[in-house]
Design a protein around this ligand. Structure first.
Ligand SMILES: [Zn+2]
Length: 168
């Protein structure tokens, strides 16, 4: 299945959609094609551009506070597939920095990737109680991370748009 990168009117990456969905947006005049495949879409009567990257013509307001659901895949990707405590890359688990039993919430700022041994060692305690430290500060991931997760392989044509987003 082919994926299409959808940019906001501001060129900010928004999400990923199917070629069919992208085609409908372009056909309805809601988006323009920025990058397209060499091979167009052929139907019985017409030929259309096969979009690879599209841009919405009207700006879609994306609330900064929008809660992206926490998944292990997104969490591990955010933390570089490493334990934030010791750097191990195996037996990864989800850890609440402030344990739920101590009032910690399941929010991006309070969940981290932890290897099973560190998770076990920490238990229901706070970091200073077990003299453990994190090598990163947990934050909500950027939209680009979800795009990278949604598309198994990032096509070369997408790279400049995602790079600009990361730098912004
Ligand atoms: Zn660890």
């Amino acid at each position: 299945m082919q994926h299409v990168l959808v940019l906001n009117a501001s060129y900010e990456p928004l999400n990923v959609c199917t070629v069919r969905r992208a085609h409908v947006l372009v056909f309805k005049g809601k988006a323009e094609v920025l990058e397209q495949h060499e091979l167009p879409i052929r139907t019985a009567t017409s030929t259309y551009a096969r979009p690879h990257v599209i841009r919405l013509l009207n700006y879609v307001r994306v609330p900064r506070t929008v809660k992206r659901k926490i998944s292990r895949r997104a969490l591990f990707a955010r933390d570089g597939w490493r334990c934030v405590y010791c750097g191990a890359g195996t037996h990864l688990t989800l850890d609440h920095v402030v344990p739920r039993s101590r009032g910690g919430d399941s929010v991006w700022e309070n969940v981290v990737t932890s290897c099973a041994p560190c998770n076990l060692r920490k238990g229901n305690r706070l970091l200073h109680e077990v003299e453990m430290t994190m090598h990163t500060t947990p934050r909500p991931p950027s939209p680009s991370l979800f795009i990278r997760i949604a598309a198994p392989k990032i096509p070369n044509t997408w790279a400049p748009y995602l790079r600009e987003a990361a730098a912004a």
